[in-house]
Design a protein around this ligand. Sequence first.
Ligand code: ASP
Length: 330
Amino acid sequence: MSTSPHLLAPPHRRVRRHLLSSADLDRTQVRAILDTAAEMHGVQQREVKKLPTLRGRTVVNLFFEDSTRTRSSFEIAGKWLSADVINISGKGSSTSKGESLRDTVLTVAAMGVDALVIRHHASGAAHQVSQWVDAHVVNAGDGTHEHPTQALLDAYTMERRLGDLEGRHVVIVGDLTHSRVVRSNLITLRTLGARVTLVAPPTLMPSGIGAWAKADGFELSHDFDAVLPTADAVMMLRVQRERMSGGFFPTPREYTVGYGLTRPRLDALMTANADAVICHPGPMNRGLEISPDAADAASSLVLDQVSAGVAVRMSVLYHLLAGNDEGEVS
Ligand code: ASP
């Protein structure tokens, strides 16, 4: 299979200098990224996966929080585009000797990097970093705030199975308070015209979400079973125990009974809509928010999401880094 000529040339500049929030992308920009991702996915299926597109560019993955999927997929994405990719983690760096985020970032930037992919436990960290450096900054997850490339890869994965997401009903269930995935997904899915319902126990509904839902036209529910039969896609969120300081639900068992995608709920979903799909951003708490039956079901897209993560991150790096900054939309 030959590579589409446009992947070897600079893209038409539609995407801004940084990707900090899903709100940075309008529908045309999301489309541009998803369409390029589809071509990158073709490259991913080939025996020889390298494209010369980002030769001579340097991408630094700066991760202050644990990650399996996001960090490795950004690394693979950069490498398949021929960029030089360096990984720095908070634990093994001078941050553990007390260096501030600003000093660490300025030190890395001083070496002449072209893009910084940053994950940090503080909400707003990526935005802050973008004020300090000339490099392109990609938010790979900032605290409980946003994870824009996750939302893009989720949309990409769902579209491949469901087609156009306009009017499709996506039900997002679980720990809405501590999830950064939900905010980014909500923005991207609404940008693409999907109908979205968020489901959570009252204790895990973020404050102020009612006003946002009213203004933006998405729905809220505490009753998973009532919403389930109308879903085209059910996205389960991880219960973020590491971010919980108090008791948000009485026991894990009670959480599962009310909000887990259990075997009976999987059956109910499939009976109502045999084409419905299941997503989870990972890592999964099997047996808590998702049963093994649901995680491994034919309708589960969990591993497709991981695979799409590489293609979508290749696309994001391509849109941010290929070519020069002239004519850039900002
Ligand atoms: N991997 C995703 C994130 O970093 C989801 C999760 O951790 O629950 O936000």
